[in-house]
Design a protein around this ligand. Structure first.
Ligand SMILES: Cc1cc2nc3c(=O)[nH]c(=O)nc-3n(C[C@H](O)[C@H](O)[C@H](O)COP(=O)(O)OP(=O)(O)OC[C@H]3O[C@@H](n4cnc5c(N)ncnc54)[C@H](O)[C@@H]3O)c2cc1C
Length: 383
């Protein structure tokens, strides 16, 4: 069926943490919002699912409490390499919840708050119209127009609104599987986010709701090829390299038919605001910055960008001002996390140094945890 909708509502493309948070913040202020999400039902996403305090605080202010959804508390970080491990308290309380549950709850809540959530529609092209507004096309004869677009579609570019420089694609591959471990191993992971350092790889483990284990390795393409390019090959490689990982995998029950995978993540990308950006197009979440995964702060950035954009939009600010402000907030975080990502998580000397430093200087681990997230003082408020 052909349809062309002309709307005065703000249009949000993408219903992940960034899009749903922006929708809730705008609708709270009485604005009409249309949110388009390409998935037609709840689905899993590649993510370590570590939720920093700032994200959960924002979610609570917007009416979604992750603890009510089954989120598990996380208050320690454990680094493991070979037969050495260091376990330290985190400098802030965190939570763990699957994105399938979280993102769906956010969209349901947005709907109940009056946001027009349209599922199963993929934006194909966005073009600026002669009057300065935007035309979003979903396919032949199916489009909508709006004066303001919040682009929260994740890491990849959308036709018509490509970024001048979308960031250098890394040669990392990220995979994710859920497992059920036995009671002893489950208790070993209780309240801990664990980072296991392997050759050209780090593996994040954490308990999410119902004590499912999020098992999320990030490895070099090279290593993946050497493992035969298969999940089974990767697991065999892990087990032969690490007795610690082998013990986890022994008897573990996989909870998905196959793992999720993503490659070429542009770690360290920060959108460089330029005068050629179409005014009125607000880039949120991974569209504006992609922090290395080990920090567990991608949702923090998504949440921060969404709230800041909504606040500035409501105060009459421009998208150019927002892009500049947000980029300046996260630059320091990126300056710290990018080199750590390549030195500590790639090279064995760096990994050994990290374990040694963490055991000798516990305050250093806490300082890294703090320096790799959006500073609390810069977190925009939800009124
Ligand atoms: C391996 C890995 C581990 C990570 N671990 C963590 C972690 O532990 N903690 C953390 O905070 N962050 C983590 N992150 C980062 C985090 O997942 C992202 O930063 C976060 O999901 C960004 O949110 P977003 O809303 O911008 O994008 P997304 O969550 O990607 O949401 C985008 C949404 O837009 C929809 N969409 C896409 N294109 C279209 C379209 N054309 N039309 C309509 N809808 C569309 C998608 O279906 C999706 O729902 C990790 C990332 C990786 C790769």
């Amino acid at each position: 069926m052909r349809s062309r909708i002309v709307t005065e509502a703000s249009v949000i493309i993408g219903g992940g943490v960034a899009g749903a948070t922006a929708a809730l913040a705008l609708s709270r202020a009485g604005r009409r919002v249309d949110l388009y999400e390409r998935s037609s039902s709840a689905n899993h996403k590649i993510c370590g699912e570590f939720m920093s305090r700032e994200v959960s605080a924002n979610l609570r202010s917007l009416g979604v409490d992750p603890v009510d959804l089954g989120a598990r508390p996380i208050n320690r970080v454990r680094l493991v390499r070979g037969n050495r491990s260091v376990d330290q308290p985190l400098p802030f309380p965190a939570l763990a919840l699957s994105r399938k549950i979280l993102d769906e709850a956010l969209l349901e809540h947005a709907t109940s708050c009056g946001v027009n959530v349209i599922r199963g529609k993929t934006a194909r092209v966005i073009e600026q119209s002669d009057d300065g507004g935007f035309e979003v096309s979903f396919g032949p004869g199916d489009s909508t127009s709006a004066r303001a677009i919040f682009l929260a579609s994740g890491k990849h570019d959308l036709r018509g609104v490509k970024r001048a420089s979308p960031g250098r694609q890394s040669d990392y591959l990220a995979l994710k599987m859920y497992y059920r471990f036995n009671r002893k191993k489950t208790e070993h992971l209780r309240s801990v986010v664990e980072l296991i350092l392997l050759k050209e790889c780090y593996l994040g483990l954490m308990l999410v709701e119902d004590d499912c284990v999020n098992f999320c390795p990030v490895l070099s393409q090279d290593r993946f090829i050497k493992a035969g390019g298969t999940w089974q090959g990767v697991l065999q490689q892990f087990s032969s390299e690490s007795d610690y990982v082998a013990a986890y995998l022994e008897g573990a029950e996989p909870l998905l038919d196959r793992p999720l995978a993503i490659s070429r993540v542009p770690y360290g990308f920060v959108h460089n605001p330029s005068s050629e950006d179409p005014p009125g197009l607000w880039r949120l979440g991974d569209q504006i910055a992609v922090i290395p995964s080990f920090t567990g702060d991608g949702m923090g950035m998504a949440s921060c960008s969404a709230v800041l954009a909504a606040n500035m939009f409501l105060e009459g600010g421009t998208s150019h001002e927002f892009h500049r402000r947000f980029s300046s907030i996260v630059r320091k975080q990126m300056r710290v996390s990018k080199p750590l990502n390549s030195v500590f998580f790639r090279h064995s000397v760096g990994q050994n140094a990290l374990i040694w430093l963490a055991s000798q200087f516990p305050s250093g681990v806490r300082a890294i945890a703090r320096a790799t997230r959006v500073p609390e003082a810069a977190m925009p408020r939800i009124d």
